[in-house]
Design a protein. Structure first.
Length: 440
């Protein structure tokens, strides 16, 4: 039974950046209701697990997390929300101890559905996902983070053959323009200096006469927002005007792209139902690289898609190596029931997927090393984050991870301040820097 005196809530997120930003909003709402937020391993009166269903493996991880929570907290009210709740409510309902299962349409209102007593059988709320644009109610007292996600869009209408997201999150829809600007203003008023624009397919943002460019214009006009980063964006949806904004010293948009490539072979791309050919993608990539100074480009690449031959995999590696990519997240193809790709009979053996994945990861580390190395000796602007035990972590505008010793400037508090830092040496996956001067 949920005790009104203790009110300890534990939230856990699986999956993407969007899920993380949504969990943060749920946390804020719970704090407002008087809950104390505790980490997953601690005892709690309420658990909310925000799930992912991107692969069968993701489903298994969700079930494991739910069981872990219930085992640790058999008396706690347990709510499971999000993509897996949308697609796999029956499987979740078969796990003992779950009280509430909410799909994506209503998950942001989870707090309104929480009961005082545990249920004998889980209540399942799994409404059809609306196609309309949306607003989000937010409150302004989140735990402070210099870099804050701002959700502008949800769902996707592209239906790639390996992806369940269009079914789990519904068709693409956009957040009310004024509503998102109001949230960004509230974040800036708390001291947030960097906004990361998030969504499932953010390049398709459109509501009334507002599009992604209008969002950037609106965010840039907010006092206190010094940096705007566009998170992962589909290659066919990027307006070329972004290049000019990235080069404009008076605009907060940073020289950063994360553009999923997925495969370097036209045959594989076609079977994935991606919306571009390799030459179209590369034409854009080179135009971006040639037009934006110091641009960082990250990507997502999937290996071991059904039917992918060794030659096609090598083609992908060549495309990645020979073109201006600076890093890639490598995903091994993992079957997701309900998708076209999972039905194919020509699945690549799992060990082979793992081998390809490890190989490409090594190439990616090398590319990132090269990108970092090309910047050694330069003095660049960074924004310091909250301190770690020994260092002040930060990112440059173009996403180089830079750390400065914790005792820099006689141990002054550097958090949420900008500085010019000289990049000295590469250590593991970051660069050690020396502060030349503080900018504020
Ligand atoms: S663009 Fe493709 S991979 Fe990305 S969410 Fe949409 S369907 Fe999935």
């Amino acid at each position: 039974m949920v005790s009104t005196s203790t009110k300890r809530a534990s939230l856990h997120t699986l999956g993407c950046r969007l899920n993380q930003s949504e969990t943060l909003l749920m946390q804020q709402r719970l704090r407002d209701e008087g809950y104390e937020i505790v980490p997953l391993g601690e005892s709690a009166d309420l658990g909310i697990i925000n799930t992912c269903t991107v692969t069968n493996l993701a489903d298994a991880k969700c079930r494991q997390t739910i069981r872990q929570f219930v085992r640790k907290n058999p008396e706690a009210y347990t709510a499971v929300v999000g993509c897996y709740s949308q697609m796999g409510s029956k499987e979740i309902a078969s796990i003992g101890g779950v009280d509430l299962i909410i799909g994506n349409q209503d998950k942001m209102s989870v707090v309104d559905f929480i009961g005082q007593e545990k249920n004998e059988k889980p209540v399942i709320i799994r409404d059809k996902i609306s196609q309309s644009d949306f607003s989000i109610s937010f409150v302004g007292d989140a735990p402070f983070n210099q870099r804050a996600n701002l959700k502008i869009q949800d769902g996707c209408s592209f239906v790639c053959s390996f992806c369940i997201i269009p079914f789990a999150r519904g068709a693409s829809r956009s957040r009310d323009y004024q509503n998102l600007i109001d949230e960004a203003k509230a974040k800036a008023a708390q001291g947030v200096r960097e906004i990361v624009i998030t969504g499932v397919n953010i390049g398709t943002y459109r509501t009334g006469d507002a599009d992604l460019l209008r969002v950037l214009e609106g965010l840039n006009a907010i006092d206190g927002i010094d940096r705007i980063r566009v998170s992962s964006i589909e290659p066919t949806t990027i307006p070329a005007e972004l290049f000019g904004l990235m080069n404009d010293a008076d605009h907060a948009l940073l020289p950063f792209f994360h553009i999923p490539l997925q495969a370097g072979s036209d045959k594989v791309l076609k079977e994935m139902r991606r919306k571009y050919t390799i030459s179209e993608y590369l034409e854009f990539l080179h135009r971006a690289h040639d037009n934006v100074e110091g641009l960082y480009v990250g990507s997502d690449i999937m290996v071991g898609f059904p039917g992918e031959t060794e030659e096609e995999f090598q083609e992908t590696c060549r495309v990645f190596l020979d073109n201006p990519f600076d890093f890639c997240h490598v995903f091994s193809f993992s079957e997701r029931e309900g998708t076209l790709a999972a039905k194919r009979e020509d699945q690549v053996p799992v060990e082979e997927r793992q081998r390809r994945s490890a190989y490409l990861r090594r190439l990616s580390s090398k590319k990132r090393y090269d990108f970092y190395e090309a910047h050694l000796g330069q003095t660049m602007k960074v924004l310091f984050e909250n301190p770690k035990p020994d260092v002040w972590p930060s990112y440059t505008d173009n996403y180089i991870r830079v750390v400065a010793p914790r005792d820099s400037l006689n141990g002054e508090d550097l958090s949420n301040r900008c500085a010019m830092v000289t990049l000295k040496r590469i250590a593991a996956d970051f660069v050690e820097g020396e502060i030349v001067r503080m900018l504020d």
